[in-house]
Design a protein around this ligand. Sequence first.
Ligand code: GTP
Ligand code: MG
Length: 307
Amino acid sequence: MSADIYSLGFKSEVFPISANNGYGTGELLDKLASLIPSDSIEIDDEIPRISVVGKPNVGKSSLINALTGEERFIVSDVSGTTRDSADLLYNQFGYNLRLVDTAGLRKMKKVNDDLEFYSTLRTRRAIENSDICILLIDAEEGVTKQDLAIFFEIIEAKKAVVIGVNKWDRLEKSNSSYTEVQRKILEQIRPFTDVDIEFISATSKQRIHRLLDLALEAGENRKRKIPTSKVNDVLLEQIEAYPPPALKGKYVRIKFVRQLPTHSPTFAFYCNLPQYIKDPYKRYLENKIRESFKFTGVPISLFFRKK
Ligand SMILES: Nc1nc2c(ncn2[C@@H]2O[C@H](COP(=O)(O)OP(=O)(O)OP(=O)(O)O)[C@@H](O)[C@H]2O)c(=O)[nH]1
Ligand SMILES: [Mg+2]
């Protein structure tokens, strides 16, 4: 090996390492990384990863097949057809993203056989591993408990989300259908209602690209970073207009706000008595952030620190 390296004209460097305690391995890895030409590494990070999630039989595999125009994933009437997550690179029509088909997530109570237990775990992992989730719900059934459980799982994982109401072709529509169905969904997903909803049909391909565009937009919103000066300009004014209520005769003063450099939007509020800021006021601040900046489809975290 070393003879080959010399014959290729490489200069060698010696790195003392220990495989037992890891001594020196960091330096070795740094050196190796520096030797790999950067254009030979695929920067996977920049390709958004979109998982299609939802309960069994809602049309997840159908949606991905409709987008790709291929019968790549098995579609059937039998609930639980997809047992494992599978992803593909989607680069048609100018898109460049990863699409992940997942197993229908059931309520834990119903998960009784091993196979299903594992597909549930894998779906959870698919959510964890994605940037954006398309939550499909069934137009005829509306939002069920199962849908809500998945929705809150996405929110908990701090992923971007958009809701697709699938099998829209099956509904008798009146003019008020859209707004009526939308209103009901928003009612059910409270308090996090800053989410886009699109009505689609995977079988007739109706509005499926519109749904994908909204998903990508939510992904962009998740990456949004607001400059500190702007955050302070906007929020300190709102805070002054409606300050946190005094507690036990003590005034709570928020002095400074900034967005932290995290993967999903996180804001830190620096104040004299962080523990005195209660949930209703936190909701007020979150609403003001949402009104002032575009974070549709994205959970926001707020932290209160002493300063
Ligand atoms: N009418 C109508 N039927 C649909 C639509 N999308 C899917 N279906 C049907 O719904 C059934 C389930 O579709 P799948 O794509 O297998 O659903 P899935 O969510 O992948 O299901 P699992 O893998 O079992 O979780 C199939 O019979 C599809 O033909 C739609 O937009 N309209
Ligand atoms: Mg499937």
